[in-house]
Write a new protein. Structure first.
Length: 296
C-alpha cells in the first residue's frame, strides 16, 4: 500500500537523487520548490518500487506526479491507479512533460484524457542571452541597467544565511508598498520568500544581494535544476529603484548560472503583467506542462 507522508528537510537527499535520475527541466521537479510550497499545497511524498511520487492538494482533489526516477515506473503507476480506484476516485496526474505523454501513450493507450494550461508553462532562457542582454529587443533592459550603474555606487554580493533578517526587511518594504493591491497570491509569495530565507542553508540554495548607495534594493534565490538548467525560484526588488529588477536578474545569472546552458525563471501563473515581463526577456523556450485524468 502506498504510504504518503508530509515532505520534510530529512527527505532532501533521497528525493534529490530520484529527481536527478529523471533530469527534468520543469521548476516543480526540485526538492526546494516542493518544500517551500508544501504548507500551501499540502505536498506529500511516497516511495514506490524505486520511484518518487509527489501528491498535492488541488481544492478537494489529490493530484500526483508521474512516478519519478530509475525504478519500476509502470509498477508504481499501477499501484497509484489501484489506490485511487479503491477510493473510488479518478487518478489525476499533473505537471506532465511531453515525454511523459509519450510514455503514457505507450503503456496506457486510450485510458486517460489530457488537459493543459498556458499559465503553468515555465519560461526558459539562454544563459548567454540573460548575461549579455545582446540584441535590439533587449536594448531597454541594457538602458535600465546603465541608469542603475550611473554613479557607480552599487554592489552585488553572495547571500549568506545570516543575511535573512536584512532580506526580510526588504520584504516588509515591498508589502507596505503593495498594501492597496495586496491579495492571497501576494501573501503566498511572501510566505515562500520568508521560508526560503529561513532555510537557505538546509535547502542548499544560492542567494545574491544587490545594493545601491549602501541600501539593499534586491535579492534573488535559486539552485541548479538539472544537468543543463539553473532555476531562479525568487527575485525581489524595490520597484521604486530604476533598474533594480533587470540588474539583479543579470547579476545573479552572471554569478550563479554560468555553468548551465539555460535558466528557468518559472511560470507566470496567468498574471498579465508578469507574462509581459517574462516575454520581454525573449525566452528560448516554454516548458509545456499537462494534466492527465484516468476515469474510474
Amino acid at each position: 500500500m502506498l504510504d504518503f507522508y508530509s515532505l520534510s528537510l530529512n527527505d532532501r537527499e533521497w528525493v534529490t537523487h530520484r529527481l536527478l535520475e529523471d533530469d527534468r527541466q520543469a521548476c516543480e521537479y526540485s526538492f526546494a520548490n516542493n518544500f517551500l510550497w508544501s504548507d500551501i499545497y499540502g505536498v506529500k511524498v511516497a516511495k514506490e518500487q524505486g520511484c518518487l511520487i509527489f501528491r498535492f492538494q488541488d481544492e478537494n482533489t489529490h493530484c500526483y506526479t508521474i512516478p519519478i526516477g530509475a525504478g519500476d515506473r509502470k509498477g508504481a503507476l499501477d499501484a497509484l491507479l489501484a489506490l485511487e480506484r479503491a477510493n473510488q476516485k479518478e487518478l489525476v496526474l499533473g505537471t506532465l512533460l511531453q515525454r511523459d505523454l509519450e510514455w503514457l501513450e505507450q503503456h496506457y493507450p486510450g485510458q486517460y484524457t489530457i488537459e493543459t494550461n498556458r499559465d503553468d508553462y515555465d519560461y526558459v532562457y539562454s544563459t548567454e542571452k540573460l548575461s549579455t542582454l545582446s540584441g535590439r529587443k533587449l536594448h531597454g533592459k541594457r538602458n535600465h541597467i546603465a541608469r542603475f550603474k550611473d554613479d557607480n555606487n552599487w554592489q552585488y554580493r553572495d547571500m549568506m544565511p545570516e543575511d535573512a533578517g536584512e532580506c526580510m526587511r526588504l520584504l516588509d518594504i515591498w508589502k507596505e508598498a503593495e498594501a492597496e493591491n495586496w491579495n492571497d497570491e501576494m501573501e503566498n509569495e511572501l510566505h515562500i520568500n520568508r521560508r526560503a530565507l529561513r532555510n537557505l542553508a538546509d535547502l542548499v540554495l544560492d542567494g545574491g544581494m544587490l545594493y545601491k548607495g549602501g541600501r539593499l534594493v534586491a535579492f534573488s534565490i535559486g539552485e541548479p535544476l538539472n544537468s543543463n538548467t539553473y532555476v531562479v525560484h525568487i527575485e525581489k526588488a524595490l520597484a521604486s529603484v530604476q533598474g533594480a529588477y533587470p540588474m539583479i536578474n543579470q547579476q545573479f545569472v552572471l554569478h550563479n548560472c554560468q555553468d548551465y546552458e539555460f535558466v528557468n525563471r518559472e511560470e507566470d501563473t496567468g498574471d498579465e503583467g508578469l507574462r509581459k515581463a517574462k516575454l520581454s526577456y525573449q525566452p528560448a523556450l516554454l516548458v509545456e506542462k499537462y494534466q492527465a485524468r484516468f476515469p474510474l
